[in-house]
Design a protein. Structure first.
Length: 413
């Protein structure tokens, strides 16, 4: 570019900035112009919606919210654990005898909200023909809008499939601890472990490719593998461990941030999300890493996030942005109480939002994450968090900070 052209572009840019400022469009608009001129990095911008969802009817309250997914109509499905509600303080109207006259009782395990936050459906729990998990975990939706549910209770070694209005369709795997035939009289255990082709080891989540031909199982809290099933029949097709290796169930000991990367996944393998370009992103939660594979199981790359995080780890769940390229990964970090925004191609953390706490936009055990067709983000919280939050997509904005904090609405006082 010639010197005269550079001077001309600078003059035009300065005039545009002056005009925008005069129109009162504010700092955010000015920064977007700067980013468009190549002066910075952009990322999706969000604001928390403190009024979503609307209050539940029937004095219902929810326990630890352990999964979230969005169907083809942008209806949001949440699954929670009734057993985590304190009978003395949270559901005292449901005790026998009741200790409160009106409030409160447990909501059904699966709740369906429309885009405006209205409760439009509810179902779940034990029923005829299937074994409800001891501790339900994760809810995924396939391209036919069928919902798949796993479980991480001690005896949960199966997957359930329902229509979106709660009609039972299929059960994959055998529930309950089973004795290995070679160890009669031994303590009950899951036969086969990560080599088992009939059952699972406390499944965290099930996800699907866009065709619905294959289901990808984060398996999970006992096993240490990704398992791939036929999306219709549930038949096992293949499985693998970290780096695409044969999974090994040996105890790896405590995570050490100074040690070389573990050759196997740690428990739990918490998500396995396929992208539209034929890759699979796996959450090694306590290993603080996302591993990337081809759908065949061939290892591609990995990203370590918040390496020094101990305990339950930093990599809990991911969702992709809804642009055609799926340019961004949103990572729920339940230990550091953040959502990280990651450049998917570069595997680079651009920025994060959230903070520990109970106010809107803060997190207490942010566990699961999903996006709708408009790019909005939904999060659920486990432990004592016990809620779902919506973060409204506000377009693109320059990355001004690695840690944005609480994304409170900009038009609030």
């Amino acid at each position: 570019m010639s010197h005269s052209n550079r001077k001309k572009n600078v003059a035009i840019g300065a005039a545009l900035l002056t005009t925008l400022a005069g129109l009162g469009l504010g700092q955010l608009a000015l920064e977007r112009v700067l980013a468009a001129q190549g002066k910075g990095v952009e990322a999706p911008a969000f604001e928390v919606d403190p009024f979503w969802p609307k209050p539940l009817p029937n004095q219902w309250v929810i326990g630890s919210t352990i999964g979230v997914t969005v169907d083809s109509r942008d209806h949001v499905f949440v699954i929670h654990r009734q057993a985590t509600l304190n009978p003395l303080t949270e559901v005292s109207a449901a005790t026998n005898p009741p200790t409160a006259v009106e409030c409160c009782v447990p909501a059904p395990p699966v709740l369906e909200f429309d885009p405006e936050g209205n409760l439009v459906g509810h179902w779940g729990g034990p029923g005829a023909g299937y074994d409800w998990p001891e501790s339900n975990h994760g809810i995924g939706i396939d391209p036919m809008d069928h919902l798949w549910i796993g479980g991480n209770g001690q005896g949960d070694s199966h997957i359930l499939k329902f229509t979106r209005d709660g009609k039972f369709l299929k059960q994959f795997g055998h529930p309950g601890a089973r004795r290995d035939k070679s160890s009669a009289g031994a303590e009950p255990k899951f036969a086969g472990g990560s080599q088992d082709k009939e059952s699972f080891g406390r499944v965290a989540k099930i996800s699907f490719d866009s065709s619905g031909k294959e289901a990808f199982v984060a398996d999970g809290y006992l096993n240490k593998r990704v398992a791939v099933l036929d999306g219709s029949t549930g038949a096992f097709k293949r499985y693998w461990g970290a780096y695409g290796k044969e999974p090994d169930d040996r105890d790896l000991g405590l995570y050490d941030p100074k040690a070389p990367p573990s050759p196997q996944f740690r428990n739990p393998v918490h998500c396995a999300e396929p992208s539209e370009d034929g890759l699979l992103y796996v959450c090694d939660r306590a290993g603080n890493r996302i591993q990337v594979f081809r759908l065949s199981g061939e290892y591609v790359n990995e990203l370590v996030v918040a390496r020094e995080t101990l305990g339950s780890g930093a990599v809990w769940d991911i969702a992709f942005s809804r642009d055609p390229e799926q340019r961004y990964i949103y990572l729920a970090d339940g230990k550091n109480e953040r959502v990280h925004i990651i450049d998917r191609k570069k595997l680079e953390v651009l920025t994060s939002f959230g903070a520990g706490g109970r106010q809107p936009g803060q997190f207490f055990g942010v566990h699961s994450i999903a996006t709708d067709s408009k790019g909005n983000v939904y999060t659920t919280e486990t432990y004592e968090g016990k809620r779902i939050q919506k973060f409204v997509h506000k377009g693109m904005a320059p990355v001004r900070s690695k840690d944005q904090g609480v994304l409170w609405p900009t038009n609030s006082r």
